[in-house]
Ligand binder design. Sequence first.
Ligand code: SF4
Ligand code: SF4
Length: 369
Amino acid sequence: MTCNEYGRTGMRVSAIGFGGMRFDTRQPREKNAELLHYAFAQGITYFDTAPGYCRDQSEDIFGIALRDLPRERVIVSTKGMPTDFGTAAEAYEAVCRSLERLGIDAIDLYHVWCLRRMEHYELAMRPGGQYEGLLRCRDEGLIRHIACSTHQPGHEVARILSRDEFAGVLLGVNILNFPYRWDGVEEARARGCGIVAMNPLAGGAIPQHEKEFAFLARPGETPTEAAIRFLVAAPQIDVALVGFTTTDHIDTAVRAARDAGPLGADERTALRASLGANLTEICTGCGYCRGCPENIPVAGYMQVYNERVMFHRSDEQMRSEVRHHYSWGILVGRQADAEECTECGRCEEACTQHLPIMERLREFRNWKP
Ligand code: SF4
Ligand code: SF4
């Protein structure tokens, strides 16, 4: 398994990370804990969990598994939301609870979790807030490094990372949405942060639509393997975090990582073009439509509309997608909604894919949460 340096921390992390959010909770915890042992035997050393994952069983499963893993050879990551732990004292207690459940003396990476708007970041950083509690934990050796996990657009990620408060960042980036998210990745890299990519399989969409995404794969490879390879091969990404349920999932990820060569800017450009050519009705995230006079995030809306085109989502499903993206996804922090479009036509003129943007924006009115 390839290993990378996580930012400037000196920590070595496996290129594939174990995401502890997809355990089969019908199984006994001990059985799920064996999955971590299996992953470790395949070279995976980055283990990520959080309170609440898998009906709140994930940290306990990790705790069982960690009893039999060499502590010094694994990196353990967990998280806490500033909206849940608003004061330094609450943040400190949350870390102590996670430590107890994980059965370890120190957490290698603790994430200020789920920053979706700048207010969340400001909440974490205010005097007496979560970050202050985490600094105390770090001073006392309860956590080694503080990172953040964010769903915000690239320019906001850049703002958050500009003050050197975080050793690294967890970002939702994958082979389908990278044109839209890559700015944030480059910013994080330029600032010397560790970068972990979450949601590598686009929420399961790639394995579920292997036929439609066959064009992403090299000969002898599945689209799922291609998606994992894409992240492992990108020198900007330290860990591709994959949620595992079975040993087969682990085998697939490990195989894809083994076959990954370096991925340069040229290949990324070719891939972007391939996305546009094979799925002619989709937004490639090129950004040429920027500058809407009403401040509507046109590319963000069109990325969400991609779901309709690629997976033939129903109105009901689109409503749910839009709700998700307003709260967690790429429309968080938008300055204006789709219905504020005055149909000036400027974005359509600029669109490299010649998309009927105004017509699509009109459809969003039906999907308003
Ligand atoms: S057509 Fe609508 S979305 Fe496009 S630039 Fe004009 S106001 Fe903005
Ligand atoms: S110009 Fe067209 S393809 Fe490019 S980001 Fe905007 S909507 Fe998407």
